[in-house]
Unconditional design. Structure first.
Length: 297
């Protein structure tokens, strides 16, 4: 699993030191693949490995299948603008995925017409969404001839095992879709895991991608903005974050020996995020925060 460059703090109680800091096979789980509609009965989201739905980080492609309604096409995997379907015409339609896991856009069924993933409020509890920690899908989509299609129900749910990273045509280790969405082209940023830093904030273009921060805003980078020790029993860490990433809090007691141990994984909903960690009587502890691409292989 790829992670962004980390922020590190050292805890010496009661003092604290904080340095500056395209797959073709379906991604749907082989058993958790069933959606339900009163109008179409059971809908198989992985009718086969090669024809089932593929869920990418920016958009989907492939098919659902119902023995009643037939094939439901989620898109062809080639959005016109390079990163998401516009759904403005029949040549550029499909289901999109935003960084928070919301599903939007349209699928097409030859026998039943358009299947609508759009909600006026995509954060509504019934709007279609992917849980970025588990890959479990929830919510409902609408077909005029099929009625509501539920991605989760009393018996089962649809699950994607991963989110596919899209093509990297310029081989700089940054998906072209992310470059197009964040800077509008695939030639400005230089990745490769090197030191190229377009916005000169001390974080490479590649690590901006891994952290989900802006490559054009020098004030947007992964760092700890505050650290407070309370009564020598807890350390409170605050950092600006992105709800398109998960975060691992890791710790160790000695930088010379041993290894980092995951303390917790955090899914955030707003920035900044604050976490309180019990010190458990330790006199020296080192912590770091790493941004993690959700559902990465």
């Amino acid at each position: 699993m790829r992670t962004a460059s980390f922020c590190l703090i050292a805890l010496l109680l009661p003092a604290l030191v904080m340095p500056a800091a395209a797959a073709t096979n379906s991604t749907i789980d082989t058993s958790k693949k069933w959606a339900w509609s009163a109008g179409a009965s059971w809908i198989n989201c992985r009718p086969s490995a090669t024809n089932g739905a593929v869920v990418g980080r920016s958009y989907c492609w492939g098919y659902f299948y119902s023995s009643t309604a037939g094939w439901m096409h989620l898109g062809d995997g080639s959005p016109t603008n390079g990163y998401q379907y516009t759904n403005n015409d029949e040549d550029d339609y499909g289901v999109n995925v935003d960084g928070q896991g919301h599903l939007t856009g349209y699928a097409w069924c030859e026998s039943s017409g358009w299947i609508n993933f759009e909600w006026t409020n995509k954060t509504h509890s019934s709007a279609p969404k992917i849980d970025l920690k588990t890959g479990n899908m929830s919510g409902n989509v609408w077909g005029d001839s099929l009625g509501w299609i539920s991605l989760t129900n009393s018996w089962t749910y649809v699950k994607t095992t991963n989110l596919v990273s899209h093509a990297d045509g310029n081989t700089n280790n940054i998906p072209d879709t992310w470059e197009m969405a964040n800077i509008g082209d695939t030639t400005t940023l230089a990745g490769g895991g090197g030191t190229n830093d377009y916005d000169k904030d001390g974080v490479s273009d590649y690590n901006e991608y891994l952290a989900g921060t802006s490559p054009t805003n020098k004030n947007d980078y992964l760092h700890m903005s505050a650290v407070v020790v309370t009564n020598s029993t807890n350390v409170v860490i605050t950092w600006p974050c992105s709800d398109t990433r998960l975060y691992d809090i890791e710790k160790r007691t000695n930088l010379m020996n041993g290894s980092w141990v995951q303390y917790m994984r955090v899914a955030v909903t707003s920035t900044p995020t604050t976490i309180t960690i019990p010190t458990e009587g330790a006199t020296q502890v080192f912590y770091r925060v790493q941004a993690v691409l959700p559902l990465a292989n």
